[in-house]
Design a protein around this ligand. Structure first.
Ligand SMILES: *Cc1c(COP(=O)(O)O)cnc(C)c1O
Length: 410
């Protein structure tokens, strides 16, 4: 968003007016930012056969999926429901990678029957798969290179205690299973976790991978997962995509030469594509002064945006109703009946009751992790595309909450 004549806007659309038109709380997404992120990634790997598989768990709205399709991005799904959502959005089965963890073999078979590419991440399922399909269905294998990465233990997946992937130390066993069942492995995958800071982590994982990859003779792609870090506040260090493109691109080309074939390089960004595109608009209900703090109580809470409470993540907050004047220190909290703090000791331009605040970086893992806790309704979502706001989800109604409940009379 940008400040123009004292008003915050996105693609020329006034944000506070959107709050008035659609009501608060409200999620707003900027399609232009999503397109920019895609182009940054495409440019960084322009010399290679690149495929971007959007990790749609980060923001699963069907119109966002259709937007990704328009921009030439494919899908990484982690549940059969996400697979079905992607199909509904118009993706072909061949454009969807299904990367489940600890799901039933029946769900994997359902995905195979649909025709999506399966990413297998444990030896037990791989054995069942081999027994059932042998070499008739190509698969991708998720390896865990045990590179410690990620900003928070909950979002790190590469460490040795992690439940994800087949350990690189189980390589002998893995190959034994593959050979015994004659399994057709066409892809190798890794995803070390979210918020990886520097290109070196990728390079180190890549080197482990390239060694391992020589054991597989029918590879068509290598999938480096995701974990690109984006800026949550001014001055944040972020993954340097350009540098990553140069370094990883060079070692990938070298590997392809050794391997004797030009493989595709895949990534599965979620946060990188959508985090910064999202803005969460909330209204100030109450200013409450206690002996210790001035609280700003807003019309939302951890039911709509749980990242600060769950991951201790920092989300910038801006008062868009008053953009000039003195700054004061506030702690911004939600209306849920337990502690739900969006931000502690934040400097905001003086807040009055009724003011609209914007919580930034609200694109990834915000709406998609929302709930009806406290029997609250989930908010509407608006996408700004080509300078026009488009409603892509209506606000829930009381009937939505009751819909699947069964009333028993006593
Ligand atoms: C969650 C997830 C991603 C996306 O991670 P981000 O940090 O949002 O980019 C990619 N791949 C897999 C397998 C995931 O589970």
């Amino acid at each position: 968003m940008e400040l123009v004549n004292g008003r915050y806007q996105i693609q020329g659309i006034d944000l506070e007016s959107l709050a008035q038109e659609y009501g608060t709380p409200l999620y707003v997404y900027d399609a232009k930012k999503i397109e920019e992120q895609i182009n940054t990634l495409k440019d960084a790997f322009s010399g290679l056969k690149l495929k971007i598989k959007y990790a749609c768990k980060s923001l699963t709205n069907i119109s966002i999926l259709k937007l990704m399709k328009k921009y030439g991005v494919e899908i990484d799904a982690v549940s059969i429901q996400e697979v079905n959502m992607a199909l509904k959005a118009g993706f072909k089965p061949g454009e969807i990678l299904y990367t489940p963890n600890c799901v039933s073999f029946e769900e994997i078979q359902e995905a195979i029957n649909i025709g999506v590419m399966i990413n297998i991440d444990n030896i037990s399922i791989l054995e069942q798969f081999g027994h059932e399909y042998h070499d008739t269905i190509p698969v991708c294998i998720r390896l865990n290179p045990h590179i410690m990465a990620g900003g928070n233990k909950k979002i790190s997946t590469g460490h040795v205690d992690s439940k994800f992937g087949i350990s690189i130390f189980q390589m002998r066993h893995l190959l034994r299973v593959i050979q015994t069942y004659n399994i057709n492995v066409i892809g190798l995958h890794m995803h070390s976790g979210s918020d990886i800071l520097d290109a070196e982590v990728f390079i180190r994982s890549a080197e482990i991978f390239f060694d391992a990859a020589q054991e597989f003779k029918q590879l068509e792609f290598i999938d480096f997962g995701s974990g690109f870090k984006v800026a949550y506040r001014d001055g944040d260090v972020t993954t340097d995509i350009k540098q990553l493109g140069e370094k990883l691109g060079a070692s990938f080309k070298e590997f392809c030469k050794d391997y004797g074939k030009k493989l595709e390089i895949w990534f599965e960004p979620g946060k990188f594509l959508v985090s910064e595109s999202g803005y969460f608009l909330v209204k100030t209900n109450v200013i409450k002064t206690t002996p210790a703090t001035v609280f700003v109580g807003v019309d939302s809470g951890l039911n709509h945006l749980i990242r600060p409470m769950m991951y201790d993540s920092y989300h910038d907050i801006v008062n868009i109703s008053h953009t000039e004047g003195i700054n004061r220190i506030y702690t911004v909290v939600g209306y849920i009946c337990e502690t739900d703090t969006f931000g502690t000791d934040r400097k905001l331009t003086e807040v009055s009751e009724g003011d609209i605040l914007v919580i930034k970086n609200a694109g990834a893992y915000c709406f998609s992790m929302s709930s009806n806790y406290n029997s609250r309704l989930r908010p509407a979502e608006v996408l700004i595309y080509n300078g026009e706001p488009k409603l892509i989800r209506k606000k829930e109604t009381f009937e939505d909450i009751l819909k699947n409940q069964v009333e028993v009379d006593f």
